[in-house]
Design a protein around this ligand. Structure first.
Ligand code: ADP
Ligand code: MG
Length: 739
């Protein structure tokens, strides 16, 4: 980043490509004007303490801004003992950032004044815009328009400010009451109120902040813009997000991946608010399962973002991520002076999918030597209540030095007789020695419990040494598991995208034809044909009207066959008896025809003309799976895999991934379901053809990529055999309007 480069803001006859490139560079760099300005004007600076216009100037001064401050106030010559200017245009020096704290109706004229002045960034604290209705929205759009035209980036409106704790910058352009401690955690909050809570919480927990941005209405600068900035920012090691909505989920995935994988910086996020649209409009299985909060979870998983349910959790995890190295494996050691907490910690660690380390013989022997005979030298190592500082020092060192241990949780329930501060000191020392002996960094989380320890000196001592303390073992275990997961995400291969030879034209024709007929569901025969065009094996089938035609088909492909209604308005044909399986003779076919027709009448379903039927070859010995895709209104296409039948309906045992997926993603999806053992050959049954499942998922992935107008589709079931498999029921739905 080069914050100071002069860039043109008029382009004369330059080609569009040149303009776009310039604008892109300009836009990215321009966040510098907001996050590391050299000069800040406060429009609406006030002399009255308690007013926002006073608080902002106060915070800028108090935090020791490393630049020049220009209070703008038409009626005072000075604010906060520094000279004030009547208007921003009266300031002779260049202004990087203008903070606007004026009443709503003055914002637009002030933005225009900033444009004339050549200000580079705006921070609009004032509220009363998009959040209050249409009139406010229009005003906000006007402001954004002017800002874009003049190359000014805008944070807000309706926000609580921006902080950059970098010692070279020291910008606190906020009205937050707490002064942040400088550190390596960046924070973006969409909610101002939450932002305030967060800052004070961070302060209390001693968590250091690199930057804090309250996004407000996101008229211009979005969470994604900040992620881009933090990707490059050397001061930021951990990114925290409090989100209410996603601007552009695709970009989010791209940038977040670069941050988590490319730069190894964890992103922790709380996402509040749920997207229900997806579920409401859906009428396939994939569609209905994708609704609710699933999309957010899927999106976060696709880019290694650690999702937190509460702000509290966000901080618990941030404390670990920002201070500890990532564990190289999942083998945990627990050290305690009381049995109960040791068991609690062990249970939680195991619950979160971590393993208890098998201590080496050497470690066990050394522990035996260091501890009284009543102590337990197996993991969790229980030193018993008499353990003091010396015991903690020795055991911490021994456990960390053990090559079988990847990470350590140290518990201490403080008995009155033992000095908690001395124990904390001993832990710090033991950690230092242990890691030195191990030769690699290992994470350590502590959990000092009990009233006696509450005076906090021990905890503060640990924190100063970079060891976060947790109130309960479960919380420490959760933080540890989040680190292990993040490490695994960072290290695992992303896999490759696959491109198959397919018959695109055939699908295009079917889609065009279906649309021309005014339908959104593709008819059964066409839906099978679409799969076939994309190389997905489909069961031999034919549309028929009479038992004779069905019999002729059966003679060709062989019995048994399946007769089903060919209707696209039923999610489940079988619910009304519209699927008759295992038909073994002409007589049975006739019976099935009669049965289905009868059932159709009973169900009171109207027909345009005579009922249509499909006859299929019966697939035997297959395992039912469901493979689908759905276009979420916000998140775009997502792919789904699960086991069919009751597994999908009752257990909702399905896995989602955002489109596009790689071969590795497909493999992980298949291996991600709870019912995996059923595919791997359960109780003597032959294992299913996993390679084929993977192949079909990837082909569906390509299909919805090639035809984004497919709004939802599923193969339910795809019957997978020990070798190969067949789709026997397919639903494909198209978005109505052309895109
Ligand atoms: P729907 O889902 O509309 O009720 P399906 O076509 O999926 O109808 O059929 C219902 C069930 O019947 C399937 O889940 C599967 O168990 C079985 N079935 C359908 N067609 C076949 C077939 N060709 N071979 C074997 N089983 C089939
Ligand atoms: Mg079905």
């Amino acid at each position: 980043m080069n914050p100071r480069a002069d860039r043109p803001n008029t382009y004369g006859n330059a080609s569009p490509a040149v303009i776009v490139r310039h604008l892109e560079e300009f836009m990215a760099d321009n966040l510098d004007a907001i996050l590391q300005p050299r000069s800040v004007a406060v429009i609406g600076a006030s002399r009255k303490p308690g007013r926002l216009g006073w608080e902002i100037v106060h915070n800028l001064l108090e935090y020791g801004f490393n630049g020049t401050i220009y209070p703008i106030n038409p009626s005072s010559r000075h604010v906060h003992s520094i000279r004030a200017w009547p208007s921003i245009e009266d300031v002779e020096d260049p202004i990087d950032l203008a903070v606007l704290v004026v009443p709503r109706d003055q914002v637009l004229p002030q933005v225009e004044a900033c444009a004339r002045k050549g200000v580079r960034g705006l921070l609009i604290i004032s509220a009363g815009f998009r959040e209050v209705g249409d009139e406010g929205r229009e005003l906000e759009e006007k402001i954004t328009h002017i800002a874009r035209k003049h190359g000014m980036r805008v944070v807000g409106p309706n926000c609580m400010g921006v902080i950059n704790a970098d010692p070279n910058v020291r910008l606190d352009a906020s009205f937050a009451e707490t002064q942040p401690i400088p550190g390596s955690t960046a924070f973006a909050s969409q909610s101002g109120a939450v932002g305030e809570v967060i800052l004070s919480h961070a302060h209390n927990k001693g968590l250091g902040i690199s930057q804090f941005v309250s996004l407000g209405n996101k008229a211009d600068v979005s969470g994604n813009d900040l992620l881009e900035w933090w990707c490059e920012d050397p001061n930021t090691r951990v990114v925290l997000l409090y989100l209410e909505s996603f601007g552009n989920p695709r970009n989010f995935v791209r940038i977040a991946r670069e941050i988590t994988r490319g730069r190894g910086k964890p992103i922790l996020a709380v996402k509040s608010g749920r997207t229900r649209q997806g579920a409401a409009a859906a009428s396939s299985h994939t569609g209905s399962l994708a609704g609710g909060d699933q999309a957010t979870t899927t999106l976060f998983e696709a880019c290694g973002v650690t999702r937190c349910n509460t702000v509290e959790q966000l901080f618990d995890l941030a404390a670990a991520f920002s201070s500890q190295p990532l564990p190289v494996g999942n083998r945990m050691a627990v050290l305690t002076n009381a049995g109960g907490p040791g068991i609690m910690a062990t249970d939680s660690l195991v619950h979160f999918g971590l393993e208890m380390a098998e201590l080496s013989e050497q470690t066990t022997a050394a522990l035996r030597g260091a501890l009284p005979p009543e102590a337990s030298v197996r993991n969790p190592v229980d030193m018993i209540a008499s353990a003091g500082a010396a015991g903690y020092r020795a055991c911490t060192e021994l456990l960390l030095a053990d090559p079988n241990v990847d990470a350590l949780v140290v518990l201490f329930v403080s008995p009155v007789i033992i000095d908690a501060t001395a124990v904390a000191d001993a832990i710090v020392e033991g950690v230092r020695l242990g890691i030195e002996r191990a030769g690699i960094a290992k994470p350590v989380l502590s959990c000092i419990m009990g009233a006696h320890a509450r005076d906090g000196t021990g905890i503060a001592l640990l924190r100063d040494a970079g060891i976060p303390n947790y109130a309960f073992p479960e919380t420490a275990a959760h933080a540890m598991s989040a680190m292990v997961k993040f490490r695994a995400w960072r290290d695992r291969p992303l896999g490759d995208e696959r491109v198959f030879q397919v018959d695109r034209r055939r699908v295009a024709e079917i889609i065009e034809r279906t649309r021309a007929s005014g339908r959104s569901w593709v008819g059964a025969t066409d839906a099978f044909s679409i799969l076939d065009a994309y190389g997905i094996p489909v069961v031999a089938a034919r549309q028929v009207q009479t038992p004779e035609q069905a019999h002729a088909f059966a003679e060709e492909v062989g019995y048994p066959v399946v007769l089903k209604l060919d209707r696209d308005d039923l999610v489940h044909k079988s619910d009304i008896g519209g699927v008759q399986v295992d038909l073994r003779s002409e007589r049975e076919i006739k019976g099935a025809f009669w049965e289905v027709t009868e059932r159709l009448e009973q169900a009171g379903l109207k027909n345009n003309g005579p009922p249509r039927f499909q006859v299929q070859k019966m697939v035997t010995g297959g395992q039912e799976s469901i493979i689908g895709a759905v276009d979420d209104p916000v998140f775009g296409h997502m792919l789904m895999f699960g086991l069919g039948g009751v597994f999908v309906e009752l257990m909702k045992d399905v896995v989602f991934q955002v489109h596009p997926i790689t071969d590795e993603d497909a493999r992980r999806m298949i291996h991600g379901i709870k019912g995996l053992p059923l595919l791997q050959g359960y109780r003597g049954s032959a294992p299913a053809d996993m390679a084929r499942l993977q192949d079909v998922l990837l082909r569906v992935n390509q299909l919805v990529g090639d035809f984004p107008e497919i709004s939802e589709m599923d193969l339910n079931p795809f019957l997978v055999l020990p070798e190969g498999g067949f789709a026997v029921d397919v639903r494909v739905r198209l978005r109505r309007s052309a895109i």
